[in-house]
Design a protein around this ligand. Structure first.
Ligand SMILES: Cc1cc2nc3c(=O)[nH]c(=O)nc-3n(C[C@H](O)[C@H](O)[C@H](O)COP(=O)(O)OP(=O)(O)OC[C@H]3O[C@@H](n4cnc5c(N)ncnc54)[C@H](O)[C@@H]3O)c2cc1C
Length: 327
């Protein structure tokens, strides 16, 4: 059920999910089907917002990212125990028996379990055109956008050894690859040999701007005025921004701005789960959705165990209000 307007605060959710991308939405779907009371809060800024299509997602290959979300939210309306809220969560903390989160407007919500599916955001070079052509010629993931750029002129951007791996990987999709290091290349002689063997030239001239039109990126302009035509520019700078909520809730971010989760996306904090791009491993939309489902499975099982144990304890206690007679 979509709930974008004001509502009474409730401290009574089984699960709060922060993040309404594939990870959070799939978790909400599974938990809704388990009749769990779920609050999902989403600030509407997915990592792939600029992308022209989600690729490699079974039955949705090439779907617009926001269309994928729209369908998921529409289908969620079948499950009355799921509340979707368009809201940014600014605080998360552990409390007795669970967690409390707060929105930017100061609304507070409580739950027994907390799932953070907040994703990550890529940091792009501060050079004109990178942001403008992000998802329209500038890409971070060859599995997501390599096929669309197959057999076309490709630029790989980055100064160090990580971009060598990416340049070599891109040979799966094209043999017309140039490495742009935007200044002196920090490459070992061995790396230079590996690139030369695959006929991958290196351009060290600093980049002035990326240029193109409505259809996307067309060329890389260098500070010396020269231009390199290219259909796609791939980069892997590894610079990402994770969510502060993860640390607020007691877990730790790795240097990749993600969390090293345990089985079923558990963290070291009891009751706290992290799924999707915010946890480690392969960062694909379908993997994020699967991680959301795994977390939901584990959360539901944990809630069930807790509830059964509580019921068993209550059944074993003497009836309330009657004291036992002693002989
Ligand atoms: C340009 C680009 C193209 C891509 N193409 C593909 C592709 O073709 N195929 C593919 O499989 N993958 C692709 N990806 C990767 C894919 O986008 C991610 O793997 C996927 O979106 C991860 O899902 P998620 O649910 O973990 O996070 P996201 O989809 O990023 O969703 C996280 C959500 O959490 C919300 N959020 C964050 N913090 C808060 C907060 N404090 N309060 C409330 N809400 C919050 C955000 O607003 C966002 O809506 C691409 C990525 C990029 C950058």
């Amino acid at each position: 059920m979509a709930d974008t307007g004001p509502a009474t605060d409730s401290s009574d959710y089984d699960v709060i999910i922060v993040g309404g991308g594939p990870a959070g939405l799939n978790a909400a779907l599974i938990l809704g089907r388990c009749r769990r009371r779920v609050l999902l809060c989403d600030s509407g800024k997915p990592r792939n917002a600029a992308s022209r299509g989600v690729h490699g997602f079974l039955s949705r290959d090439g779907e617009l990212p926001f269309e994928l979300r729209r369908i998921a939210r529409e289908q969620m309306a079948r499950y009355p125990t799921v509340v979707l809220r368009d809201a940014e969560i600014c605080e998360a903390r552990r409390i007795d028996g669970g967690f409390e989160v707060a929105t930017a407007e100061g609304r507070r919500f409580r739950s027994r379990k907390l799932l953070l599916a907040t994703g990550v955001l890529d940091e792009l070079p501060d050079i004109p055109g990178f942001q403008a052509f992000y998802g329209r010629g500038v890409y971070t993931c060859p599995y997501c956008d390599g096929w669309e750029n197959r057999d076309r002129p490709i630029a790989v951007y980055g100064p160090g050894e990580r971009c060598v791996g990416l340049a070599l990987e891109m040979t799966i999709w094209s043999r017309d690859i140039i490495l742009i290091t935007n200044g002196p290349a920090r490459l070992s002689p061995e790396d230079r040999k590996r690139l030369a063997r695959r006929r991958i030239p290196i351009i060290e001239t600093p980049v002035a701007a990326l240029e193109g039109g409505d259809d996307g990126l067309e060329q890389v302009r260098f500070v010396d005025g020269t231009a390199l035509p290219c259909a796609g520019l791939f980069l892997n700078l590894g610079e990402r921004e994770g969510s502060r909520l993860i640390e607020m809730a007691g877990s730790e971010l790795s240097d990749k701005a993600t969390v090293e989760t345990r089985s079923y996306e558990r963290t070291e904090i009891p009751g706290l789960y992290v799924a999707g791009d915010a946890s480690r491993r392969v960062q694909f939309a379908i993997v994020a959705a699967a991680e959301g489902a795994m977390a939901a499975f584990a959360i539901n099982t944990e809630l069930l165990k807790e509830d059964l144990a509580k019921e068993d304890r209550a059944a074993e206690e003497p009836p309330h209000g009657r004291s036992r007679e002693t002989p």
